[in-house]
Design a protein around this ligand. Structure first.
Ligand code: ADP
Ligand code: MG
Length: 311
C-alpha cells in the first residue's frame, strides 16, 4: 500500500536523536500501529528522490531480527518520513533504565547477542548492508521478547544530507578504532559496537560514561583518540558493582573477542555465530526464549505503570 501523510494519526512521541524524531502512529486505512521517523533535510529535489529510491531496498529486508519497513516518502519538500514496525517495549537504552538492578540478566544478554549477530549476518550476507550505528537505542524489543535492529545506513545520500548539518552528528562512542582512524571499515565494526553495548547492558554503565560527561568537540576528539590508543574495555577480572561477584567467564570472553582492536583478527557476525559451544551455546535452539519472554513481560508492565504515572 502507498503511504500518505493524511492517513497517519500521531498517537505519541517516542523520542528524538541526531537525525530526527520518532512517534507512534496509527495508519488509519489499515488500522495498523506503526513507528514514524521524521528526518528534516534541506537537499535538492533530485537528491530527495534519490534518497527515497535508496530506501527501497528496505522493502526487501525480511528477517525476524530486523524491524520491518513499511515505506518512506517526502513531505513538504523538507522532510523524509519513514514508517516502520512499532516495537512496544521500546529501545534497549530505555529498557536498561527500567531493569531491576539496572542490568540485563545473563540469559537475556545471550539471546540479545544471538539476535544482533543474526540480524547483522542476514543484512550482510543477503544484502551487503553494514549497519553502521549499533547502539542501545537502535535495538528494539517486542513484548514477546524478540530483539530487532533498526536505523541501519542503507542510503548514502540520506547519510550525507544528515551529516552536512553538523560535523559531529554521527560521531558516537560506539565507533570502532578502524572507523575512527578512517581505515577500511566493514561488518566487523558493528561487532565492536555490539561488544561495547554488551558491557553497558551487563554492568549497567556506558563504557565511556565518565568521558562523555565532558562535552564539546575537544572532549569528543580526546575520547576518540583514547578508543584508538588504549587497551580495549573488558569485563574480565572486573567485579559486578551490584552483585559483588565476577561476571560470567563466557560473557567476558565473548566481549573480549568483540573488542579486539585489530579488525583483521576480530571475527565477523557469522564467524561468531559459528561458535556454538561458547557464550552463545543453546541460543540457536531457543534455550533462553522462555526467560526472555517472562522478562519482557515484566518490562512491559513497568512501562505501562510508568505511562500511567506520567498522565
Ligand atoms: P536515537 O536512536 O539516536 O535515540 P532516533 O531518532 O533513531 O534516535 O529514535 C528516537 C527514539 O525512538 C529511540 O531512542 C527509540 O526509543 C524510539 N524508537 C525508534 N524507533 C522505534 C520503533 N520502531 N518502535 C518503537 N520505538 C522506537
Ligand atoms: Mg535510532
Amino acid at each position: 500500500f502507498k503511504l500518505n501523510i493524511n492517513d497517519l494519526l500521531t498517537l505519541k512521541n517516542l523520542g528524538s536523536g541526531n537525525s530526527g524524531t520518532v512517534s507512534k502512529i496509527l495508519h488509519i486505512p489499515t488500522q495498523k500501529i506503526m513507528a514514524k521517523k521524521v528526518i528534516p533535510i534541506d537537499s535538492e529535489t533530485v537528491i530527495q528522490a534519490q534518497i527515497i529510491r535508496e530506501l527501497r531496498i528496505l522493502h526487501e529486508c525480511r528477517s525476524p531480527y530486523i524491524i520491518e519497513f513499511y515505506g518512506a516518502f517526502i513531505n513538504n519538500n523538507n522532510t523524509i518520513v519513514i514508517c516502520m514496525e512499532y516495537c512496544n517495549c521500546g529501545s534497549l537504552d530505555k529498557i536498561l533504565s527500567l531493569s531491576p538492578n539496572g542490568q540485563f540478566p545473563l540469559p537475556i544478554l545471550k539471546k540479545l547477542a544471538f539476535s544482533i549477530l543474526s540480524g547483522l549476518s542476514y543484512l550482510y550476507t543477503t544484502h551487503k548492508i553494514i549497519h553502521r550505528d549499533i547502539k542501545p537505542s537502535n535495538v528494539l524489543m517486542s513484548h514477546k521478547g524478540e530483539f530487532k535492529l533498526c536505523d541501519f545506513g542503507v542510503s548514502r545520500e540520506l547519510n550525507n544530507s544528515i551529516a552536512m548539518a553538523d560535523t559531529f552528528v554521527g560521531t558516537s562512542t560506539y565507533m570502532s578504532p578502524e572507523r575512527i582512524q578512517g581505515l577500511t571499515y566493514g561488518v566487523k565494526s558493528d561487532v565492536w559496537s555490539m561488544g561495547l553495548m554488551l558491557i553497558e547492558l551487563a554492568s549497567g554503565k556506558p563504557v565511556w560514561y565518565e568521558d562523555t560527561k565532558s562535552t564539546g568537540p575537544e572532549g569528543i576528539l580526546d575520547l576518540l583518540q583514547r578508543i584508538v590508543n588504549e587497551t580495549p574495555p573488558s569485563l574480565t577480572n572486573k567485579v559486578n558493582p551490584i552483585t559483588k561477584t565476577a561476571y560470567d567467564p563466557s560473557l567476558c570472553q565473548f566481549i573480549d573477542f568483540c573488542l579486539i582492536k585489530d579488525d583483521n583478527v576480530r571475527k565477523s557476525p557469522s564467524e561468531l555465530l559459528d561458535d556454538t559451544e561458547g557464550f552463545l551455546k543453546g541460543t540457536i535452539e531457543g534455550l533462553f526464549d522462555k526467560d526472555v519472554k517472562v522478562w519482557a513481560k515484566g518490562i512491559r508492565k513497568l512501562l505501562k505503570d510508568k505511562s500511567e504515572n506520567d498522565k
